[in-house]
Design a protein around this ligand. Structure first.
Ligand SMILES: *[C@@H]1O[C@H](CO)[C@@H](O)[C@H](O)[C@H]1NC(C)=O
Ligand SMILES: *[C@@H]1O[C@H](CO)[C@@H](O)[C@H](O)[C@H]1NC(C)=O
Ligand SMILES: *[C@@H]1O[C@H](CO)[C@@H](O)[C@H](O)[C@H]1NC(C)=O
Ligand SMILES: *[C@@H]1O[C@H](CO)[C@@H](O)[C@H](O)[C@H]1NC(C)=O
Ligand SMILES: *[C@@H]1O[C@H](CO)[C@@H](O)[C@H](O)[C@H]1NC(C)=O
Ligand SMILES: *[C@@H]1O[C@H](CO)[C@@H](O)[C@H](O)[C@H]1NC(C)=O
Ligand SMILES: *[C@@H]1O[C@H](CO)[C@@H](O)[C@H](O)[C@H]1NC(C)=O
Ligand SMILES: *[C@@H]1O[C@H](CO)[C@@H](O)[C@H](O)[C@H]1NC(C)=O
Ligand SMILES: *[C@@H]1O[C@H](CO)[C@@H](O)[C@H](O)[C@H]1NC(C)=O
Length: 581
């Protein structure tokens, strides 16, 4: 009897030990709550030998990194310590049932006023990799941004030994006050002023005047592999990124795994992220340094700052090499970086991205759709009111639109109005196709009527709708690559091409096997892209161009996903501290 007893208990013990081992090696989900405090405050920052008051989180530029695990509950208390409204958006976090925590001002919440605070509470569900957070009020995201890293609970689906993970946050620096610039732009109907520099982790680097000391340098050990978590937090520019003499293996975009592939450079739009692996396998010259660089990918005729930000990979010396004082290499050439107008590279790169689509990480692209919505993306010109001076093209005012509707921001949060059944701030009649069919990408702007209509028109979808949206660029003012961001959902890019979408031909070419999954898409300049997703996150969700001036001009819309059939598929009630207008 004694023996039997012992065996019985040792069996339980062995089972417990095995479970514990499994738990530590695979870190089975143990939902924890990670708490952060964000103080929105001014900080004096100097770049290019000029000092300005910069809006920051906790005085940091770029802001603090949020690092959590898949499955975690996240709580960020945002305390507004400035005399301006603010909100924060967790860009790409799906916010299942927690739309109240999404962040875009007047879409899912009223702004957090000066002296007030709001705690964003949400859970990370089935996402892993790199995202970003940024302010979503006026143009505050110019400096209020940071990395949002979701560590996986399961091993990576690739076999590289990763020595270290390095956020590479690309941004823009302005000497002027960005808020004042937006006000001026809206007052005169003009375009924005160009930024004065592009930045890597807040540093412009030595190709700009008076900027040597503000250079990002990453030390690497020869032979080791690094994960670069690249984020485009710029306001107005799609960017190319490369590291001289090294290749990059892309493994993840917008917090979804891809089929790994190797490239000399990447293209990343504002709002997009890309995780690449880099092995320090080169033999450096006597400086020990290699240039990393970023510059715009430009398709538009609007002015921009034609300049390049660089930083360095610095190889650690081996023991028998003498370490020398830090000095930049004599040659600062940016090998591997595509030219600013290299649409061929951008097209190749975006075409080669594919979902991993493995049994463990399946690609859940809707095979059949319930609804197809076709949306034109346009820039517009309106006549100048008699009592104003306008500085847009032809002395008119710039606007922008989707299906000829320039989005007008309401004065109350749409989610709040929707939840309270008040529909006086918006209407549910967003057009499901362009009001007028024409040769979208072949328009001679000077001969066309470039006016738009204004409104707050939404699309309303039953819970679970399998939706396809065809985004069609147009030639009003210019054809241009637009980064369109969808809130609250990831989508699959099932097709893209140049010219006009052809409903009779193009769907036959769709990739319904392993299309890339993202939250922000670069719609080809002078072309179209088709995205699909299941609208199964109840709430109100913004769709907009992530080039900031285009959002200001109205290149936006929103959609409502209605509650599902059971309580667990319904929007949660608003938090008690939700800011009110
Ligand atoms: C933008 O540039 C124009 C022209 O150089 C200048 O007049 C204007 O003041 C600038 N805007 C701001 C907000 O500094
Ligand atoms: C681009 O940046 C440089 C360096 O900061 C600045 O001198 C120049 O004025 C900027 N160009 C434009 C078009 O704004
Ligand atoms: C890096 O690449 C460039 C261009 O191919 C080449 O000229 C240079 O010698 C390389 N540098 C090193 C240190 O390998
Ligand atoms: C950028 O400036 C350089 C040097 O002035 C010029 O050669 C190049 O054509 C410009 N590129 C673009 C895309 O404007
Ligand atoms: C121009 O006139 C309109 C109405 O006629 C008025 O609402 C607006 O405030 C005026 N704008 C300026 C800048 O005076
Ligand atoms: C809004 O309308 C729905 C359906 O008619 C109802 O169930 C809900 O209680 C209403 N909400 C409020 C806040 O009145
Ligand atoms: C549309 O315009 C483009 C550019 O002008 C032209 O090449 C194309 O033939 C036009 N397509 C149609 C169907 O008219
Ligand atoms: C957009 O709306 C304006 C104002 O109603 C109209 O004049 C214009 O023709 C429309 N354009 C298109 C492309 O539908
Ligand atoms: C801040 O937001 C509140 C609520 O929407 C609004 O009433 C107020 O005018 C805003 N303040 C500024 C400076 O825009």
């Amino acid at each position: 009897m004694e023996g039997v007893h012992l065996n019985y208990w040792s069996l339980i013990l062995v089972t417990l030990v095995i479970l514990a081992a499994l738990r530590s090696s695979y870190s089975l989900p143990t939902a924890t709550t990670k708490r952060f405090v964000f103080n929105v405050e001014w900080k004096q920052v100097t770049r290019l030998c000029r000092t300005k008051n910069l809006l920051t989180v906790n005085g940091e530029y770029p802001g603090p990194t949020i690092a959590v695990h898949e499955g975690d509950n996240v709580e960020v208390k945002v305390i507004n310590r400035v005399n301006q409204n603010t909100t924060i958006h967790w860009h790409g976090v799906k916010q299942i049932r927690t739309g109240w925590a999404d962040g875009p001002a007047y879409i899912t919440q009223c702004p957090i006023k000066g002296g007030h605070s709001y705690t964003y509470k949400f859970t990370i569900v089935n996402q892993r990799g790199t995202l970003l957070w940024h302010a979503h009020y006026s143009w505050q995201r110019a400096s209020v941004y940071g990395a949002f890293i979701i560590h996986p609970r399961m091993p990576y689906p690739f076999s590289y030994q990763i020595h270290a993970q390095v956020p590479i946050i690309l941004g823009e620096w302005w000497h002027l006050d960005v808020e004042a610039m937006e006000k001026e732009m809206m007052r005169y109907g003009s375009g924005p002023n160009c930024s004065d520099a592009f930045t890597i982790n807040g540093f412009p680097g030595p190709l700009y005047p008076c900027s040597h000391k503000d250079t990002f340098i990453q030390t690497v050990e020869p032979g080791k592999t690094y994960m670069l978590r690249i984020i485009n937090a710029a306001l107005s520019d799609e960017l190319f990124f490369a590291v001289s003499n090294h290749t990059l293996t892309v493994v993840e975009i917008d917090a979804t795994y891809t089929k790994p592939f190797t490239t000399t450079a990447i293209m990343v739009t504002p709002g997009q992220t890309t995780d690449v692996l880099l092995t320090a396998n080169q033999v450096p010259d006597s400086s020990g340094m290699f240039v990393m660089s970023a510059q715009p990918y430009r398709t538009s005729v609007f002015p921009f700052n034609n300049s390049t930000t660089i930083g360095f990979l610095r190889y650690k010396k081996t023991r028998n090499q003498k370490s020398k004082p830090l000095a930049f290499p004599a040659n600062l050439a940016t090998h591997n970086l595509p030219k600013m107008e290299d649409t061929n590279f951008a097209t190749w790169y975006l075409g080669i991205l594919k979902s991993l689509a493995s049994p463990q990480f399946p690609c859940l692209v809707p095979q059949k759709i319930d609804k197809r919505v076709m949306v034109t993306i346009s820039l517009n010109l309106q006549d100048c009111p008699a009592n104003m001076t306008c500085q847009g093209y032809d002395n008119k005012r710039f606007y922008a639109s989707m299906n000829n509707q320039s989005f007008v921001r309401p004065s109350m949060s749409i989610l709040q109005s929707y939840y309270k059944n008040l529909s006086n701030d918006y209407s549910l009649d967003f057009p499901e196709k362009p009001p007028k069919a024409f040769n979208y990408t072949g328009v001679d702007p000077l001969k066309e009527n470039m006016n738009t209509e204004f409104g707050t028109k939404l699309l309303q979808l039953p819970y679970g709708t399998n939706l396809e949206i065809v985004l069609q660029d147009t030639g009003f003012l210019n054809v241009e690559n637009h980064p369109i961001h969808v809130h609250g959902h990831n989508f699959f890019i099932v097709g893209q091409g140049f010219g006009n979408f052809d409903v009779n031909k193009d769907p036959a070419t769709y990739n319904l096997v392993d299309p890339p999954e993202r939250n922000t898409i670069a719609v080809p300049s002078g072309g179209w892209a088709a995205i699909r997703f299941k609208a199964d996150n109840p709430g109100v969700w913004f769709i907009h161009c992530h080039l900031e001036e285009h959002t200001s001009w109205g290149l936006a819309m929103a959609f409502i996903v209605k509650d599902g059939p059971i309580p667990s598929k319904c929007l949660l009630p608003p938090p008690e501290d939700l800011p009110l207008c």
